[in-house]
Each structure stands twice: as structure tokens, then as C-alpha cells.
Unconditional design. Structure first.
Length: 416
């Protein structure tokens, strides 16, 4: 295997990326890919300690590429178009004081205490979805449960009426879909523009309604959020809602799917959890380490020249932190290829570290817990409906999860 010829994408790779990442950890832990025109470089960090250190180091590994520029370079850089700003002008892509300001404003409206109050409603949503499929004897867990459950949860949190849930799902699907060639990029840009116009108009109407009649939802709290006399601008508010809509449910879909798939392929662990529900919490955390929904963290950029393992990452270079590889690092985990509820070693990095630690972690854990409890209660003999090898995987480089997850179970004799 040669690093320069290594493929880090495609169906075969996505079906099982772990052998490739193991080779990189051992032979090229700081691996560089150069664009076809030679103008851009992207570095992949694959060892746990390097990934964790980069996650913590918000000074040298920054989220906004403009932070890595000199004042002269920033002055020459073209202003991003309004569409791009709306897609990216949120705390996930901000650094330093800007990030702290945005996170401080949102923290007030997105507390762990507030998330926990959603638990009864999440159980109602999960029960309703399961009731719709339990009599069929089979379902696609991604499209029949995980996806509608996750979008309903984030829409419920935001205060989006149920009649508009499908629109939010459609917007998110378009915004997350990768493009592989220039023609498709053009078409995607045109489609993005149409979607964003619809999205902004919808938010304008929803925010105006909440100003007239505030409710106990996140849109209202974002409108009212204030920190030392500061408020979110309209652009920041819309961008924040877009961030929560996409990240708030896309990763949750594959957290639920991956944890279900992992447990169904480890029946002894699943039986242990059926007997002892206190094992649900460690099962969720180990599932995130073992085969989590975020394969690579969102992109960082080197704010200065950084020397690591004999390689020099130049200022401005893109840096990809490969969480899926870090979670299988033999240097920090004993038998990392094994799913183990008594797992020792450091905590997983699935929610990040440091300044950019995932604000939605409490909600993700709550969704995973409610979904798993509902599955255990309603489908006691559920199993995979196809061989594991027949699963098809998402091709988005950031996301890790199956496109579909066919399940089946026995129906009571009176229903046969």
C-alpha cells in the first residue's frame, strides 16, 4: 500500500475504512493530499493523540480560513457571496472572540437542563413512529425511524410546526449532498440558491410570528438571547438555525443507525443491555467510539507552519482530523477493533474537545437513549434483514453511516 496512491473515498473505502486508517496510523500519521492543480494541500491526522491535541488547540488549528491569513491576504481575498455567508456564518466556523460571543449567546438558549425537559416528548415521537411500523414485521430503520425521529426532534426544539418537518428534511438533504464534478457543482449551486431563498423567507415569517407571540421554543430563545447587551444579528440567527437544522439531525440519524447496527451485530452485548438497562449509557458511548456517525471532524486550517512527525503543515493548509481512525488507535485503546462496554482508555472524541466541544452533545445522547429504549421495548427479537456485507454506506466524507438499514422481526401469531 502506497500513501500517494491511497483512496480515501468511494464505496469500497466507505464500506470499511478502518484497515486504510490503520495503515496510515502506522506508516503516514500525517498524510498529505494535493489537489490536481497543486494549489491546495489537505493533511489527514489519524493518531488519537494528534487528533485530540489539534481539537484542543484552537489557536493553531482554526475553523475560519481567513483567520490563517495575514491582514494583507485578507484585504485581497474576495468577499464571500451572501449565500455562502448564510451557510457558514455560525459558531462552528468561527474562531477566538467571535466564536466565544456566538457560543455565549446560544448557550443561554441551548442548555442541558432545557434539553432534558424534551425527554417525554421524544418518547412520544419515538413511540408514534414505532407504532407505525411494528405491525409490518420489517422496516428500513434509517428512513422509517432514525430520519423522521431526528428531524422531528430538532424541529420540535426549534419550534417548527409538524406540517413543515418534511421541508426541513428536504433542505438539509440538499445542503449536505456532496457533488463530484463541475457540472453537478453548478447544478447544486443553483439548487442551493433556490433552497436558501425558500429557507430565508420561511425563517422571516417564523421569526416575525415568534416576535408577535413568543413561545417556549429555541427560535424564541435565540431571538431573546442577550449577552452583555449583545444580540445575534439576523444573518447570525438564520445561519445558527441552519446549522442546528443540518448538524442537529444529520449526525443524529447516523448515531441512531450505527448504534443499532453495532448492537445487532453484537448479540451478546444486546442481550446484556436487555437484562440491565443501566448498560445503555456506556453502550452509547462505546458505539460512538467503535463506529461513530462523524468520520472526520469539520475542517481546520493551520494558522501557522506546524511541524508534526517530520512533516510541515504550512500556514493556510487544510487539516482533516480523522475521528474514526483516532478511535481505533492501538496506542491508546486495548483491542480497539472490539466493541466493549467495559472499555478503558481515554474518552472518545465524537463530540470534540476544547472550545468547539459539541453544544448538542446532551441532545444527541438523549436521542440515542430514547431510540434504543424504544427499540428494546417494542421489538424484542429484531434483527438485520440483510447480510452486513450487503449494506451500502453514505459517501459524504464527514458522515459515517449506512444509507439504509433493513430490519425484520417476528409478528405475533394472530397477525401472520
Amino acid at each position: 500500500m502506497h500513501a500517494e496512491k491511497m483512496l480515501l473515498s468511494g464505496p469500497k473505502f466507505k464500506a470499511n475504512p478502518y484497515p486504510t486508517y490503520a495503515w496510515l496510523r502506522e506508516n503516514a500519521p500525517v498524510h498529505c493530499r494535493v489537489s490536481r492543480d497543486g494549489a491546495a494541500r489537505m493533511w489527514f491526522l489519524t493518531r488519537y493523540e494528534d487528533v485530540a491535541a489539534a481539537l484542543r488547540d484552537a489557536e493553531r488549528f482554526v475553523k475560519d480560513v481567513r483567520t490563517a491569513m495575514t491582514p494583507e491576504e485578507r484585504a485581497r481575498a474576495p468577499e464571500p457571496p451572501p449565500l455562502y455567508r448564510l451557510l457558514t456564518h455560525h459558531m462552528l466556523n468561527a474562531d477566538g472572540a467571535t466564536h466565544a460571543r456566538l457560543r455565549g449567546l446560544v448557550n443561554q438558549a441551548f442548555s442541558a437542563r432545557q434539553v432534558e425537559t424534551l425527554a417525554p416528548r421524544l418518547r412520544e415521537i419515538a413511540e408514534d413512529l414505532m407504532a407505525g411500523v411494528v405491525g409490518r414485521g420489517r422496516m428500513d430503520y434509517v428512513h422509517d425511524f432514525a430520519l423522521p425521529f431526528s428531524i422531528a426532534v430538532i424541529a420540535e426544539l426549534l419550534g417548527v410546526p409538524e406540517r413543515d418537518h418534511s421541508r426541513f428534511r428536504a433542505w438539509s438533504h440538499i445542503l449536505m449532498a456532496p457533488s463530484s464534478d463541475n457540472a453537478r457543482n453548478v447544478r447544486k449551486t443553483e439548487r442551493l440558491q433556490r433552497v436558501m431563498v425558500d429557507f430565508v423567507r420561511y425563517l422571516e415569517e417564523l421569526c416575525a410570528e415568534r416576535r408577535r407571540a413568543p413561545r417556549a421554543d429555541l427560535i424564541t430563545r435565540l431571538l431573546e438571547a442577550e449577552e452583555a447587551g449583545d444580540r445575534l444579528s439576523t444573518e447570525e440567527l438564520y445561519s445558527m438555525v441552519l446549522l442546528l437544522t443540518i448538524v442537529g439531525h444529520e449526525t443524529s440519524v447516523y448515531l441512531l443507525a450505527n448504534q443499532t447496527l453495532t448492537l445487532l451485530t453484537h448479540p451478546a452485548v444486546l442481550e446484556a443491555i436487555r437484562s440491565d438497562r443501566s448498560l445503555i449509557a456506556p453502550a452509547i458511548e462505546e458505539a460512538i467510539r467503535f463506529d461513530g456517525p462523524v468520520e472526520r471532524a469539520t475542517m481546520r486550517f493551520a494558522a501557522e507552519d506546524i511541524c508534526l512527525h517530520g512533516q510541515t503543515i504550512r500556514r493556510g493548509d487544510a487539516v482533516s482530523l480523522v475521528l474514526a481512525s483516532a478511535h481505533r488507535d492501538e496506542r491508546v485503546y486495548r483491542e480497539p477493533e472490539r466493541y466493549d462496554l467495559a472499555r478503558g482508555g481515554p474518552r472518545h472524541l465524537g463530540f470534540g474537545l476544547g472550545a468547539h466541544y459539541c453544544l448538542g452533545a446532551p441532545l444527541a445522547r438523549l436521542e440515542a437513549r430514547v431510540a434504543l429504549e424504544t427499540l428494546l421495548e417494542r421489538l424484542p427479537d429484531v434483527q438485520l434483514a440483510i447480510p452486513y456485507e450487503a449494506l451500502r454506506w453514505q459517501t459524504n466524507p464527514i458522515v459515517r453511516g449506512p444509507k439504509t438499514l433493513p430490519l425484520r422481526w417476528r409478528l405475533p401469531a394472530m397477525q401472520l
